[in-house]
Design a protein around this ligand. Structure first.
Ligand SMILES: *Cc1c(COP(=O)(O)O)cnc(C)c1O
Length: 371
């Protein structure tokens, strides 16, 4: 049997998603402890105490299936975001929601469009369906932020075959973002035969004056889907919970392909409680802003080029192939993310940690680059 030949062509061309190296794995490999992981854009402050308490409270009920409709979390989101519960689709992380979009709207006869250097899950969900992937070249720096999404190039790839456009705002791993006016103008240009997913996984971190909240555009654009997550600023990456907000019609279609119990009961409880912890969220954002300043100042001091970021990570050009630098940092007990798979072989993506974690990373980087 040749399983490879039995797989659909899109799956044969896929390379598996490369997650950040888990701390436990590096501990086993090197026999060391005190590892600093700045590789997966996790919250260095951990989860909110309110979320932890709610999770503990939900433990006694894990013999029961979760509420497949996610009533309480949807009610809390609905109140917070000013949208109807029927507009929300819950996911096992927002990656799950991205996959629901692909399953509901893509086919081998249709196409998806996204940018070069865009989030790695877009090609995965597109190719897994066997749909055509159209990749728009990123900005070269002449008309917009270098490495950022070029909306003109994306628009040029949209025709009647295109069903889904994936836009990450801000984008991971570049940390670049699209401003309100340009993104709104782009949405006006997209035909109603294409759905536009605006992936706002890092929205809570962004303080830029011209950064849009795409939820406000849902009434104007029935083809708009906004996705968000509890994995980043809310510090619940391990529990897996995210959501989409869309028109009720689109949400109904997404919910048809959703596994009935895709979000577990601990995650539902934790996310609902996390929404009430504004203080934890504010501390998270404050720490991140300080860390972005700390890291970019340190890169400037060292003469390293970095991509200005509004997320909880920053991507730096190490001025040489980044893979050996990544490996050497691992031996120093620091896990960051090489992003050659994103077409950036000289860059490393570093999650903003606590001030101390950032210092540990910078000291290790100095040893590695100086050696
Ligand atoms: C981290 C990330 C997500 C969130 O993934 P989850 O499945 O919610 O953990 C979504 N989009 C982008 C661009 C991300 O970087």
């Amino acid at each position: 049997m040749n399983a490879e030949q039995l797989a659909i062509p899109g799956v044969r061309q896929l390379t598996p998603y490369l997650p950040g190296k888990p701390i436990g794995e590096l501990e086993r490999e090197l026999g060391i402890s005190n590892i600093v992981k700045l590789a997966s854009n996790e919250n260095p402050l951990g989860p909110s105490p309110l979320a932890l308490e709610a999770t503990r409270g939900a433990l006694n009920g894990v013999h029961l299936y979760p509420d497949g409709g996610g009533f309480e979390l949807k009610a809390a989101l609905s109140a917070k975001l000013g949208v109807a519960g029927e507009q929300i689709t819950l996911g096992n992380g927002s990656n799950d929601v991205l996959e629901l979009v692909a399953r509901a709207f893509l086919s081998p006869e249709s196409a998806a469009v996204y940018s070069e250097h865009a989030f790695a899950v877009y090609p995965i969900v597109t190719q897994a369906i066997g749909a055509q992937a159209r990749v728009a070249a990123a900005h070269d720096g002449s008309r917009g932020p270098r490495y950022g999404h070029d909306l003109d190039k994306i628009a040029a790839l949209i025709d009647a075959q295109v069903r889904v456009v994936f836009i990450a705002n801000p984008n991971n791993p570049t940390g670049t973002y699209l401003g309100r006016d340009e993104l709104h103008a782009f949405l006006k240009r997209v035909p109603e035969t294409a759905l536009v997913v605006i992936d706002e996984a890092y929205t809570e971190y962004v303080g830029a004056e011209d950064f849009p909240d795409a939820l406000g555009w849902l009434a104007e654009f029935p083809n708009l889907i906004v996705t968000r997550t509890f994995s980043k600023a809310y510090g619940l990456a391990g529990l897996r919970v995210g959501y989409a907000v869309s028109s009720t019609e689109v949400a109904d279609l997404l919910n048809r392909v959703r596994q009935p119990f895709n979000v577990n009961s601990l995650a539902l409880a934790a996310a609902t409680a996390a929404l009430n912890d504004g203080e934890h969220l504010a501390s998270t954002v404050r720490l991140n802003n300080q860390g972005l300043i700390q890291l970019s100042a340190a890169f400037a001091e060292r003469g390293l080029d970095w991509i200005p970021s509004v997320g909880n990570f920053i991507t730096v050009d190490v001025g040489r192939p980044a893979a050996p630098v990544y490996q050497a940092l691992l031996r120093e007990g620091v896990i960051v993310r090489p992003i050659a798979n994103y077409g950036l072989p000289h860059h490393l993506r570093v999650t903003v940690g606590t001030a101390e974690e950032n210092r540990v990373f910078l000291a290790a980087l100095d040893r590695v680059l100086g050696a």
